[in-house]
Design a protein around this ligand. Structure first.
Ligand code: G3I
Length: 336
């Protein structure tokens, strides 16, 4: 209870976020969330299968309740996610197991993006417009089109589905100049230098093309580094990727940070300390680049709630007690 709030330690640097579901917005979990964080990402509730399970059948109620409560608690909200290959109903891009025509899939892509963005409006500060479009460890990363994941969206629309998604989202923002919302491309394993190069090449190509026709404006405002790491992650690779993305002239956010460290929902002292050390190294790196980082979001409040709970990847344990990882974040220099 007398812990230093993480959000105050980094108040001049970036927002501190977490991923939430409805269960996090009550009791001790809400208290912990409010103490340390000032922005939330809905872990599952805004994904395409939750927003539009059937064509035109938008189901906003579940996410609305979380968003409105989070805003009432003084949290900002990041929107996750408009276009992805998972948690997406098949009707959007597929029919009887075959890709829809480009025209039909594009119409579904646009109407999903635009209806969801119009619904939430200025309640969000940013959107993950496209998530995880890139293959892992592509062999020829500068050929980013070849490095794109052959997802159902890719198969129906082609390699320009990423650009089309951002154009549709930008159209909404252009119609609402009073909104202040950033459009993000978000991906994982971004510490892998081949993958980082492919992401860099894609964002550069899409933004350069748009800038030519729109007096230098950005189409993609930000790159999200998910940061689902492990004890083997090399912070030098994280730094190289971070600096590469910053060199695009976009903002960067750390969007889903966690560090897997064990296998049986329990860490040895050695593992817990190594995890704390890596959290410390990462936050030191983030702070050094704070001018370009908008937000650092952890992917879950505590180990038991993590999507990979058995690896104990977060900073509070199953009883919501602070782990070495928490202290690594609060005072990286002392921890290192
Ligand atoms: O809601 C159903 C429930 O009705 C059902 O009884 C239960 C049975 O398994 O499943 C529940 O849905 C689960 C959902 O989480 C909500 O708990 C899904 O099975 C499960 O697959 C889903 O996992 C989520 C995963 O994305 C799905 O891809 C994780 O919670 C979520 O943390 C994870 O988040 C992703 C990001 O969105 C994108 N980046 C990677 C990250 C980690 O995988």
């Amino acid at each position: 209870k007398d812990l230093t709030p993480i959000k105050s330690v980094y108040q001049n640097d970036f927002l501190i976020g977490n991923a939430v579901s409805a269960a996090d917005l009550q009791g001790a979990r809400l208290e912990l969330l409010g103490m340390h964080h000032n922005v939330v990402t809905l872990e599952n509730a805004m994904k395409p299968d939750a927003m539009q399970p059937t064509k035109g059948g938008f189901t906003f109620a579940g996410a609305d309740a979380i968003v409105d409560q989070a805003l009432a608690e003084g949290q900002k909200v990041h929107g996750h996610v408009l276009v992805w290959h998972q948690q997406t109903p098949a009707w959007m891009n597929t029919s009887n197991g075959s890709p829809l025509s480009r025209e039909e899939a594009l119409a579904n892509l646009k109407s999903h993006i635009q209806t969801v963005m119009e619904h939430y409006g200025n309640k969000v500060i940013s959107w993950d417009v496209v998530n995880e479009a890139m293959n892992d460890n592509p062999s020829n990363p500068s050929n980013w089109e070849a490095a794109l994941r052959r997802s159902a969206w890719y198969n129906a629309i082609g390699p320009d589905y990423v650009e089309q998604a951002f154009l549709a989202a930008r159209e909404v923002l252009d119609a609402h100049p009073e909104w202040d919302i950033k459009l993000y491309y978000n991906d994982y394993n971004e510490d892998n230098q081949n993958k980082a190069e492919a992401i860099y090449s894609m964002v550069k190509a899409i933004n350069d093309k748009y800038a030519l026709a729109h007096s230098g404006k950005l189409l993609i405002d930000g790159v999200g580094m998910q940061a689902h790491y492990s004890l083997n992650t090399n912070p030098d690779n994280v730094r190289l990727s971070l600096e590469k993305f910053i060199s695009l002239g976009v903002e960067v956010s750390i969007t889903e940070l966690d560090i897997q460290a064990g296998t049986d929902a329990q860490l040895t002292e050695k593992q817990a300390n190594a995890q704390g050390y890596l959290y410390a190294q990462l936050f030191k790196l983030y702070k050094a680049h704070a001018a370009h980082i908008a937000r650092v979001t952890l992917w879950g409040l505590n180990d038991a709630a993590s999507w990979r709970a058995s690896a104990s990847p977060l900073i509070f344990d199953k009883d919501l007690q602070a782990k070495p990882a928490y202290y690594g974040i609060i005072n990286p220099d002392k921890y290192m």
